[in-house]
Design a protein around this ligand. Structure first.
Ligand code: ATR
Length: 286
């Protein structure tokens, strides 16, 4: 019996669907870190501050955050990593031994690392289209701009949010073009299309965008990973385009958090294998 357990976890509402506990515990087992455990905590929005204070008091070493907490965590942090500040959201927190809270955001890193494995061309010459203007779009946008992207269209159902977001990031990156694009069914010609909306999560016949304007070399990336082939990705695949879902992004954002907490790289290949096996079972319920 080990009585010096080092506890980490993930907070969210809902939380039952999160793959993070499986992913981190598998990595601990793989690396023989038997003193660590990673648990899911169901925390409602109104209990966020109390939950964070409780974790500090209990000596929990850190946590991930998912919907609806990422933005609300920002003012609770004692220190903010520059990427978390740029994105305006925190998904990974280190609780120092003295209780100090350091906020990071690894979502953009996760996206970019996965993208780089699929797509090695320099980003600065490419027409890129980002669908959505919420928290997930902010992470993707920050990562693309930091990686040198220069021509990004932002398309959102509520156009005003795309305008506001484009203005904000244009202030941070004044030499780049981040342009709001009207929400139309036919997507404008772009080499890289990234969907950050929940548009694809249910396959009940929502209108899928018309992809006929995309070049044959286009990559369509959906940050959703359940279902693995969203209606958008299915349409892109039917057109013969390269497609990718968000499983790699999930793994790499987790890998970065793992490294922040443990100082060691996550065994990404083993985690990917484990998740694929796990999802084979889970696909019955997601
Ligand atoms: P997240 O943190 O996941 O990005 P969010 O901040 O609530 O969540 O943003 C959700 C995004 O998905 C928004 O861009 C939203 O569009 P609106 O700004 O118009 O609400 C988009 N979205 C959600 N459901 C959608 C749907 N059925 N069709 C198109 N866009 C949708």
């Amino acid at each position: 019996m080990n009585n010096t357990i080092r506890l980490l976890g993930v907070i969210g509402d809902p939380i039952h669907h999160s793959l993070s506990p499986f992913m981190h515990n598998l990595a601990y087992a793989e690396l023989g870190m038997s003193d660590r455990q990673y648990l899911p905590f169901h925390v409602r929005a109104e209990n966020l501050t109390a939950a964070v204070r409780g974790m500090q008091a209990l000596g929990i070493e850190g946590f991930n955050a998912t919907i609806p907490h990422k933005e609300q965590l920002v003012p609770l942090m004692d220190e903010l990593d520059p990427m978390a500040r740029l994105i305006g959201a925190v998904n990974t927190v280190v609780i120092r031994p003295d209780g100090g809270l350091i906020g990071y955001n690894t979502d953009g890193y996760g996206f970019l690392t996965d993208l780089r494995g699929l797509f090695t061309e320099p980003l600065h010459d490419l027409e890129i289209l980002v669908l959505g203007a919420g928290g997930a779009a902010r992470g993707v946008l920050a990562a693309l701009l930091q990686a040198g992207a220069n021509r990004i269209g932002l398309m959102n159902r509520t156009h005003d949010r795309a305008v506001t977001l484009a203005q904000e990031f244009s202030r941070h990156f004044p030499d780049r073009r981040v342009m709001p694009v009207p929400w139309t069914r036919t997507l404008p010609a772009s080499r890289l299309v990234i969907n950050t909306t929940s548009l694809g999560m249910d396959s009940s016949g929502e209108t899928v965008p018309d992809l006929s304007g995309l070049p044959e070399s286009a990559l369509v990336y959906d940050i959703v990973y359940a279902p693995p082939l969203t209606p958008l990705l299915a349409a892109a695949q039917a057109r013969g385009l390269q497609v990718e879902n968000g499983l790699g992004m999930l793994i790499h954002q987790g890998a970065k958090a793992f490294e922040i907490w443990t100082g060691q790289p996550m065994p990404v290949a083993a985690v990917r294998r484990g998740l694929k096996e796990q999802r084979g079972v889970m696909s019955l319920v997601v």
